[in-house]
Design a protein around this ligand. Structure first.
Ligand code: C2O
Ligand code: CU
Ligand code: CU
Length: 555
């Protein structure tokens, strides 16, 4: 169970690092015997590569506009190191003599953002600033599109708390393909809490604070989803971290900050750190989608659905030079339980029975132990199958004596005392995933909210469904409770409301498992003149494109 950090627990978790045998090269068969996740670099003759860490130019390079205007050209990727696999499309930007592809935009809270999207694609596109509190004109939700050769200017104030956000296309029906092909980037908002944290921990972006952008892709294949992919979501068979396949990262014996974005179209991950021999290495969660939590929380594993972000600290002080610590996705039951869903035609021969999990170490959760089943979807890498994502190689011993602050920020909880509740049901009917039995219609807003009011939304997912990562534009929310959660989820609850560590703080995307009800609280106060229109949708991009989205008007 996650718990508040205590020195004893940290030491227990790290003790095993000292006895790791990782100074020798570890043969994949040995890993299988000791029950680690898949061998580190499993695809044949491909070797592990040094993790690509974004610098201040180039692919994912950090770009602070400091109030200046930027032009982002959506087009064919260019200027990316050949070792990387960024996808075929990207956002090209030039700023102060530097060239960027998919820059990491760094804003100060309160700064004015002026960005122009130039469309060099052969089809319409639009950019959405995921998680940002902006008016509908600047939200990029797809109600306005930029035609090929067209352009659109955005101009807004960055109101969000410090945190990791991201941007990606949002043209309805084309979102999944464009995002999969590589059109996405990170946004980092900085504020006083953020600066205080970096100072307290002595972490520096680019060396000891590293973004990990995770995307699964199909080797050598363009985005060409089958009807089956459209129903369950498009899963890749390889995963890339900042565009790097099988990455390793050289570290020293100190604390590292990893800011992790799940940029996969559909795949949920169950993230954990373990030694090369499979011993869990506890880590500290300090932030979620909407910035720093109030307090750090020690964790052993966290589910991360598409579009979600986590901000974590890994303490390698007790490690020895030569040790390896891996970021992995552990085995879990993906709970594709869409029994009532009519199988697409190509599914006729698909085995929809539950299969035993591939042999892997029992995860730390009793209920996610090897009895967990993997719903086989004929994918080369089924959702819930374990895999190592990144290897941290301890190279140098250094002295480091910083403590994680007990207080990280003071998020103000949404006041729900006068909140009305709005019910939502997630389900499948007549060949499509639906919200409240409806599918998206452009210009239609079945959710009508009065500005300035607070609502609680009760999002219920049917038992005969699959997990859906629900995202609301324009308004961050608090997760109040999870009810009737599947046992494998309830086992990791951190409070009597049934919440997970990833539910704390401010959120913009929340994963709702089959049979589960998740209650969120939203304050619809906003400073924008006139009525505003947003969307609420599943961030499984195949579901979103398929219409699992509703318009929201705030008047
Ligand atoms: Cu990240 Cu409506 O999207
Ligand atoms: Cu299925
Ligand atoms: Cu969905």
């Amino acid at each position: 169970m996650p718990a508040h950090p205590t020195r004893r627990r940290v030491l227990q978790g790290l003790a095993a690092l000292g006895v790791s045998a990782a100074t020798r090269p570890v043969h994949p068969d040995i890993l299988a015997k000791v029950g680690a996740a898949d061998s580190f670099c499993r695809s044949g003759d491909r070797h592990s590569q040094r993790l690509y860490v974004p610098g201040d130019a180039g692919y994912l390079g950090r770009l602070a506009p400091r109030g200046g205007a930027l032009a982002l050209t959506a087009g064919v990727t260019g200027g990316v190191p050949s070792a990387l696999t960024p996808g075929s499309l990207g956002y090209a930007v030039r700023n102060r003599g530097r060239r960027y592809s998919n820059p990491t935009l760094v804003f100060q809270r309160g700064e004015r953002a002026q960005m122009t999207l130039i469309n060099a694609l052969a089809e319409p596109t639009i950019v959405h600033w995921h998680g940002f509190v902006v008016d509908s004109r600047n939200d990029g939700n797809g109600s306005v599109l930029v035609p090929p050769a067209g352009r659109l200017a955005y101009d807004f104030v960055v109101r969000n708390r410090g945190g990791m956000y991201w941007y990606h296309p949002h043209p309805h029906g084309l979102t999944a393909a464009q995002t999969y092909r590589g059109l996405f980037g990170v946004i980092l908002v900085e504020d006083d809490d953020e600066r205080a944290l970096r100072a307290a921990l002595d972490v520096t972006p680019g060396t000891t604070e590293v973004p990990l952008v995770l995307q699964d892709r199909r080797a050598g294949a363009d985005y060409a989803p089958t009807p089956h992919d459209l129903m369950h979501g498009f899963l890749g068979d390889e995963i890339f971290v900042n565009g790097t396949h099988c990455p390793y990262f050289d570290v020293s014996t100190r604390l590292y900050r990893f800011r992790i974005l799940n940029a996969a179209n559909a795949r949920t991950l169950l993230l954990a750190f373990r030694t090369a021999t499979g011993t869990p290495v506890p880590f500290t969660l300090i932030g979620n989608d909407g910035g720093l939590l109030e307090k750090p929380i020690l964790c052993k594993q966290l589910y991360l659905a598409t579009a979600e972000r986590i901000d974590v600290l890994v303490d390698l002080r007790s490690a020895a030079v030569g040790d390896n610590v891996r970021l992995e996705t552990l085995v879990f039951d993906p709970m594709h339980a869409e029994v009532g869903a009519a199988a697409p035609a190509d599914d006729a021969t698909m085995d929809h029975s539950m299969h035993a999990a591939p042999s892997a170490a029992p995860s730390a959760a009793p209920s996610a132990a090897p009895s967990a089943a993997i719903h086989q979807h004929a994918a080369a890498w089924p959702e819930g199958a374990p895999r190592a994502l990144l290897e941290l190689r301890v190279r140098t011993r250094i002295a480091y004596d910083r403590r994680i602050p007990d207080r990280l920020s003071a998020p103000i909880a949404v006041d729900t005392s006068n909140a009305a509740e709005r019910p939502f049901r997630l389900g499948f009917a007549k060949g499509r995933w639906r919200i409240n039995d409806r599918v998206f219609e452009m210009g239609v807003t079945p959710i009508e909210v009065m500005r300035g009011t607070v609502e609680t939304w009760l999002i219920r997912n049917y038992h005969t469904s699959m997990p859906h990562a629900m995202h609301l534009h324009g308004f961050p929310f608090d997760v109040l409770a999870r009810e009737t959660s599947p046992d494998a989820i309830a086992a990791w609850a951190i409070d009597v409301q049934g919440r997970l560590a990833t539910d704390l703080g401010r959120k913009d995307t929340v994963l709702v498992w089959p049979g589960e009800s998740v209650r969120i609280a939203i304050d619809f106060t906003h400073p924008f003149p006139g009525p505003q229109t947003y969307v609420f949708h599943c961030h499984n991009l195949e579901h979103e494109d398929g219409g699992m989205m509703l318009g929201v008007s705030v008047t």
